[in-house]
Design a protein around this ligand. Structure first.
Ligand SMILES: [Cu+2]
Length: 501
């Protein structure tokens, strides 16, 4: 049933794409863009074919809708730090109004505030209670992305909090220093709630991270950067349903930490940037406009063994990376900025010459490794990602909350093989995420992963026709989701469940 529907859709999509979005034709991409992003467009008058045209028109393999350069007129705000108080962290999902554009109030969602959320800081070994409260007028869940947490506290679609409800999740932090995040995960509303502003960060610190000679002063030489693109209506509101794209909703306006046209003032020193791609669907390749290299020191779930020299870094939705940029060599008047693959200015830097440090990043940061035994393990779980739009699937199935797709034993490592099956148009990159664990990338198309992916991960970019092997171990029991982190794909059923017993 699904297969035949899939085929028909694939053919239709294929036709639409050949007509409207052929590779390298910037003019047709432009045209598609204008169609698909008319905010407030009334869908009810459209034929199904027109809908498909719209929905799939900018399902290109890259990002067809360019971002505007940041003018740098607003200093980047930092989310407040939120530490446990007597072991308890209170997190409230709420609605509010936020002045994103000067003099205009945009209706937004946020955690403990009107837009986005705090940085929750916890320590390895600490027992904490996340006390969550839903003050929205709709159901939500609280999902801790990258946190090794018992399944019952993971905040997947099973753990709905009705409006007004409060829930407590108590667990002991048993993972190393890392930059994690949290966001809602209710079935059918994840993408929209994230889009409206529900996202926050979690920093796990440990003895290693506290003792390493790396920048670690929050807001001084250690900055969180949450990248999200949005499409505003003419009256500067979010209208998710109007801009929704079944293959990933993207926008032309970049917000960093929820701020439009940001700039970041940094010292003439080594600075640590913790990057999160918190977008629904947009991929970013981050680089410096000077062409200078930087060091990557961490992946999603912890430090790399040693700093890795990079000239650019690619992050798909859900992925994080920590980098060190050495600003000491620049002059105060230098034009330095973080840019993307199209050289769009994402975040200009302003240098404060009075701030310096003489930190020398250590050669050794962590003791991550894949054992010979892990390399020899046979593949025991195979996953095939396929499809586009509303017809996305994993192993030909779409998500069913009442179906457990896999089981795995607690504490046992298994090799998951993820294959992204191309369609007739080539296919799309899918960021593949597993809840409740940090995994290791064993191989990409049979080869050792690049140095900057030899570290703990919870989300991995799988390109069309790529096969990635992961060593996956769950330290807790429960039911966990695995899914594509293009939030619209996840919403459309590109998700399954593994029960850890
Ligand atoms: Cu996907």
């Amino acid at each position: 049933m699904i297969n035949s529907k899939l085929l028909v859709t694939t053919l239709l999509v294929g036709t639409v794409l050949i007509g409207g979005c052929s590779v390298g034709s910037s003019e047709s991409e432009h045209e598609t863009m204008n169609h698909s992003n008319m905010a407030g467009m009334d869908h009810s008058n459209m034929s199904q074919e027109e809908m498909m045209n719209m929905e799939n028109g900018h399902a290109s393999h890259t990002n067809p809708l360019p971002l505007n350069d940041s003018t740098g007129e607003n200093e980047l705000p930092l989310p407040p730090l939120l530490q446990p108080n007597n072991g308890v962290v209170d997190i409230i999902a709420q609605q509010g109004k936020t002045e994103i554009f000067e003099g205009v109030e945009t209706e937004t969602y946020g955690y403990n505030g009107s837009f986005l959320g705090p940085v929750i800081t916890v320590n390895e070994g600490e027992t904490v209670t996340f006390r969550t409260n839903n003050k929205l007028s709709e159901p939500t869940t609280f999902h801790w992305h990258g946190v090794e947490i018992p399944g019952e506290g993971d905040g997947g679609p099973h753990h709905i909090l009705k409006p007004g409800a409060t829930e407590e999740v108590k667990f002991t932090v048993k993972q190393g220093a890392s930059t994690l995040w949290f966001h809602p995960h209710p079935e059918g509303a994840t993408a929209e709630q994230v889009y409206k502003g529900l996202a926050g960060l979690i920093y796990v610190e440990d003895d290693n991270s506290k003792n390493l000679a790396i920048p670690n002063e929050y807001g001084k030489n250690d900055f969180p950067l949450v990248f999200q693109d949005r499409q505003f209506t003419e009256d500067k509101q979010f209208d998710y349903q109007a801009v929704l794209n079944e293959d990933g909703t993207i926008g032309d306006t970049l917000l960093v930490n929820g701020t439009l046209n940001p700039k970041l003032t940094v010292g003439k020193e080594k600075v640590r940037l913790r990057l999160l791609n918190g977008s629904n669907a947009r991929n970013y390749i981050f680089k410096l406009n000077t062409g200078d290299k930087f060091q990557q020191i961490a992946t999603d779930g912890g430090f790399l063994n040693k700093p890795t020299i990079m000239s650019e870094i690619s992050l798909t939705p859900g992925e994080r990376a920590e980098i060190i940029v050495d600003f000491s060599k620049y002059e105060a008047k230098s034009n330095i900025a973080l840019v993307n693959e199209e050289d769009t200015i994402l975040l200009p830097f302003q240098l404060d010459e009075h701030r310096t440090n003489s930190i020398k990043i250590p050669e050794s940061l962590n003791d991550y490794g894949i054992t010979e035994e892990e390399k020899m393990l046979p593949v025991t779980k195979k996953l095939e990602l396929f499809g586009m739009g509303t017809m996305v699937s994993i192993n030909d199935k779409q998500f069913d909350m009442n179906r457990i797709d896999f089981t795995q034993k607690q504490g046992e490592t298994e090799i998951w093989e993820i294959y992204n099956k191309p369609d007739m148009m080539g296919g799309m990159t899918h960021p593949f995420h597993i809840h409740g664990t940090q995994f290791k990338i064993v191989s990409i198309d049979g080869k050792e992963p690049p140095a900057n992916l030899q570290g703990w991960k919870d989300t991995v970019s799988v390109e069309p026709d790529q096969t990635i092997k992961l060593a996956v171990k769950f330290n807790n029991k429960g039911i966990y989701m695995f899914h594509c982190h293009v939030l619209e794909h996840e919403e459309n059923g590109m998700m399954g469940q593994v029960e850890v017993k």
